[in-house]
Design a protein around this ligand. Structure first.
Ligand code: COA
Length: 322
């Protein structure tokens, strides 16, 4: 038994922030941002938008494509690092918005790897026969954590949500997943304020923002993803020539290019959306996937490699027969 993707969906907030807008906010240039990251614009959640509201819209899209209703869904998993509130968790908020009842519903926080982790876990529910229709979401309101005076980080991030519906199938679907992490790298990329740590500083109004040693993150990301590609192909027992599409985490075009080079895959077989929405953390892979499914690039029967890397560090991959 396999878990097969029956539908995909996405949501991006209407407000767009271009590189030209950022030039007016910090000491940066469109040229610097494009050449170092590939990013041209990003979407910013409005004051009334939340991670769960964006997740709900993406879920509606995916449910429509899959032709399923709230009563069909028996599992909701959301990867997010920016929940609306501490609790109820985002998956239960989505449940309530969509009228899904009496199912497991939980969120997991593995930063940019949130969607791949959520997919890996839902895949296991389906393979074990514990789910017949899973809603898997990556959603993020990460710009709320950004310091808009820090040019080193504020140019990188954007908000959004993406979703898939998984159903059991005897035809191949998700072929294999790898989920991994190494907490020794935690300090290189973090938002070190929360509930049991840094709460008093936050309440006192201390400046809090994403902290990142960009250069070092870059190097570990490229090396780890290179290893991950080999591990994934070996675990699935397939050659790299079998990959039709690389659907990578959209953090930085140069990191994506390095992964494509490792696979000896021309860039025309790589789904690149970082240009249009920046790094949306856990939302980025399902956003890219839905974009390429709906514009007809990704077709049924093709083999996709999803790979991700994020704060923690966490990383993971999924090899998928679409
Ligand atoms: N505009 C103009 N100059 C900028 C800038 C900006 N937005 N941000 C940084 N700079 C400057 C730096 O201050 C530095 O100046 P200096 O040489 O005078 O000190 C110079 O550009 C080079 O900075 P550096 O950080 O070495 O640049 P880089 O080539 O490593 O690119 C990143 C920076 C952030 C784009 C890159 O490191 C990166 O993408 N890292 C990975 C980040 C990531 O993907 N994180 C999420 C993982 S999920």
């Amino acid at each position: 038994m396999y878990a097969r993707i029956a539908g995909t969906g996405r949501y991006l907030p209407p407000k767009v922030l271009t590189n030209a807008d950022l030039e007016k906010m910090v000491d940066t240039t469109d040229e610097w941002i494009r050449t170092r990251t590939g990013i041209q614009r990003r979407h910013i959640a409005g004051p009334d938008e939340t991670t769960s509201s964006m997740a709900t819209e993406a879920a509606r899209n995916a449910m429509e494509m899959a032709g399923v209703g709230p009563r069909d869904i028996d599992l909701v998993v959301v990867g997010t690092t920016t929940p609306d509130v501490v609790f109820p968790n985002v998956a239960t908020l989505v449940q309530a918005n969509l009228g899904i009842r009496d199912t497991p519903a939980f969120s997991l926080e593995t930063a940019c790897s949130g969607f791949v982790y959520a997919l890996g876990i839902a895949d296991k529910f389906i393979r074990l026969g514990d789910s017949k229709c899973a809603l898997v979401i990556g959603a993020e309101c990460i710009t709320r954590l950004v310091d808009w005076t820090d040019r080193g980080t504020c140019v990188l991030f954007g908000d959004g949500a993406g979703a898939v519906i998984l159903k059991p199938s005897e035809e191949p679907g998700i072929l294999t997943t790898i989920l991994s992490a190494d907490g020794a790298y935690g300090d290189l990329l973090s938002y070190p304020y929360g509930v049991s740590k840094g709460f008093d500083q936050l309440r006192a109004g201390a400046p809090a923002a994403i902290q990142m040693k960009g250069n070092e993150v870059f190097k570990v990301a490229v090396n780890t993803l290179s290893r991950l590609v080999d591990q994934t192909l070996a675990k699935a027992g397939i050659d790299r020539e079998a990959i039709d599409w690389l659907v990578p985490h959209q953090a930085n075009l140069r990191i994506i290019q390095a992964a494509a080079k490792k696979l000896e895959l021309p860039m025309k077989q790589v789904v690149v959306t970082v240009t249009d929405h920046g790094n949306t953390s856990a939302a980025s892979i399902p956003l890219a996937l839905d974009t390429a499914v709906r514009d007809g690039r990704i077709k049924r029967g093709q083999t996709l490699l999803l790979e991700t890397f994020g704060g923690g560090f966490t990383w993971g991959s999924a090899l998928v027969r679409y």
